[in-house]
Write a protein that binds this ligand. Structure first.
Ligand code: HEM
Length: 513
């Protein structure tokens, strides 16, 4: 019997190959020649598999690969079997500000608990309800009440900078900014002092969130990788358990207090939020808490760190900003939300330029035509292209915000581009209006960033206060090279004046000043 099996094995293998090879060829030729997206240019491998995107996510340079793909293939690129990416101002509006568009189905793969957050849910009603609850937490009005709490966390940041400067120590601003941003968002989420600036106990919270972000970015780039998520979860189970314990402690501590004891997410978005309206329930709190801290921590941290990076390398910009802050305010205490801070036009130009040159959100924010819209026979048109239903579309913010058509010399840090010249011609005004239209670091529409007002306030206060109290500069020697592009590397990563970002949902690398 064993002999006869061995005898027939080669023939069986041949038959199998005879079936598989034509099937594979059929699939490959369909993807290249007959697929509805076959006419769109892009890397050959991306026509067959989303592994192309995943490969660049693992290398943490998906945004750079996409930027280069746009240079090579044009303003629309096929980046996966059923995916198109764009880098134009029209596309960003057509996609993200469009009632026919919903979040792409890739988002559904990132929530493994079965209880999606407002960010990952595809269900419009659930999203609408949650957004209505979360909106007031991060609104300008809410920020007025929260500002003293934010200010107190910044005082810790400033005191620590003072201590370091008195001792003549170099400061790793990535770490300091990360700890500040996480402490602030922890206070807004659950009125809970994570105290990462002063203690190590909760440092695992931002670390674990970064790992979760990386995993989510990978899964969204190549949804097939979700099959390894349980294995990754198993390998990181000890860390995850400690992380969940920290979260439980935070939520438990807050729930033990009366609901209105603090001005935070818990007070504003849970229980009865207005007569007859129920806020988030206990099961919904978990995913929202995790997302909220990730959304508000990593992003602001990236922008803050990048601000210090660029300011320490552009002395003229630094001097002009210092002049504005030091002549507008007569004490650091005066730096708070209000018309004087909002009137600091150069500060706003610096922040906008940082958000453009080092966007905090680098990963793909996939969208697709809403199922109901497709069923009703409506068409989705992006930048003049009719998009077949089931196609995921996106604008990569890095590629858009470095598109030289809107932002001349895109790799140069030029806050002046955001300021109107004294005698602006009609043509110049039009160019600036187009640039503004393309400038969407928070995206737009009902799924755009809910925390934009908070982000601007936090960044404005942190930068203005630091500049008011301190002079800072790039560290000497090797330490000063941290975060810089390295000469010899390709593209702008070889540019010493460029801040090195990596592709995760929110990201930051290191800079020392
Ligand atoms: C520089 C700072 C920030 C930037 C650049 C930024 C950018 C973004 C972007 C691009 C999205 C859309 C993500 C997607 O579609 O997948 C988003 C969503 C969101 N952001 Fe921000 N963000 C920032 C800060 C914040 C802060 C401080 C908070 C609040 C604590 C926040 C809360 C949110 C929320 C709740 C969403 C989900 C909105 C929804 O799905 O309806 N963000 N943000």
């Amino acid at each position: 019997m064993a002999f006869s099996l061995l005898d027939t094995a080669p023939a069986a293998a041949l038959y199998t190959l005879g079936i598989l090879v034509p099937l594979a060829l059929l699939y490959l030729s369909h993807q290249v020649a007959f697929h509805p997206l076959s006419a769109y240019p892009g890397p050959l491998i991306a026509k067959f598999t989303n592994a192309y995107g995943a490969f660049h996510v693992v290398r943490r340079c998906m945004h750079l690969a996409t930027y280069n793909d746009h240079l090579k293939y044009g303003s629309v690129v096929r980046l996966g079997p059923n995916r198109l990416v764009f880098n134009t101002a029209t596309a960003v509006h057509d996609i993200y500000s469009n009632a026919r568009v919903n979040k792409g189905h890739s988002y559904s793969y990132v929530n493994r608990s079965g209880n999606p957050s407002m960010w990952s849910t595809l269900d419009r009603e659930t999203h609408h309800r949650k957004r209505k609850l979360v909106g007031p937490v991060v609104s300008e009005r809410s920020m007025r009440a929260f500002e003293p709490i934010m200010s107190a966390a910044m005082d810790v940041f400033l005191r620590q900078l003072l201590e370091s400067s008195q001792q003549g120590r170099l400061v790793n601003m990535t770490e300091r900014c990360e700890r500040l941003a996480v402490d602030i968002v922890g206070l807004l989420a659950f009125g809970y002092p994570l105290n990462t600036q002063t203690e190590e106990t909760n440092k695992l919270v931002p670390d674990s969130l970064k790992n979760l972000s990386t995993l989510s970015t990978l899964i969204m780039a190549w949804p097939a990788t979700r099959i390894v998520a349980p294995l990754v979860g198993w390998l990181g189970r000890k860390r995850a358990a400690t992380f969940h314990l920290a979260l439980r402690k935070m939520i438990g501590a807050r729930m033990a207090l009366p609901k209105d004891a603090k001005h935070d997410f818990y007070a504003l978005a849970t229980g009865e939020t207005s007569p007859g309206e129920q806020g988030l329930n206990a099961a919904e709190l978990w995913p929202e808490a995790v997302f909220f801290i990730a959304a508000g921590g990593g992003t602001v941290n990236t922008a803050m760190t990048a601000s210090f990076f660029y300011l320490s390398r552009h002395s003229a910009v630094y001097a002009q900003l210092a002049e504005e802050i030091r002549t507008t305010f007569s004490s650091g205490r005066e730096i708070r939300q209000g018309p004087r801070l909002a009137g600091c036009k150069y500060l706003r130009a610096v922040i906008d330029e940082v958000l453009r040159i080092a966007p905090a959100s680098l990963a793909y924010t996939w969208r697709e035509q809403d199922a109901a819209s497709a069923a009703a026979g409506e068409t989705l048109v992006v930048d003049g292209h009719v998009i077949p239903p089931g196609t995921e579309v996106a604008v990569n913010l890095y590629a858009l915000l470095h598109n030289a058509e809107y932002f001349p010399e895109p790799f140069n840090f030029q806050p002046e581009r955001w300021l109107a010249p004294e005698h602006e011609t009609d043509q110049e005004r039009e160019v600036r209006a187009t640039m503004r239209r393309a400038f969407q670091p928070f995206l737009l529409g009902d799924r755009g960033c809910a925390g934009k007002a908070m982000a601007y306030l936090e960044l404005s206060m942190a930068l203005a206060k630091t500049i008011w109290y301190f002079d800072f500069e790039k560290a000497p020697g090797e330490a000063g090279k941290v975060g810089e592009g390295m000469p010899g590397r390709t593209g702008w990563r070889g540019n010493k004046m460029s801040f090195s970002c990596t592709t995760v949902l929110s990201s930051a690398t290191t800079v020392q000043t």
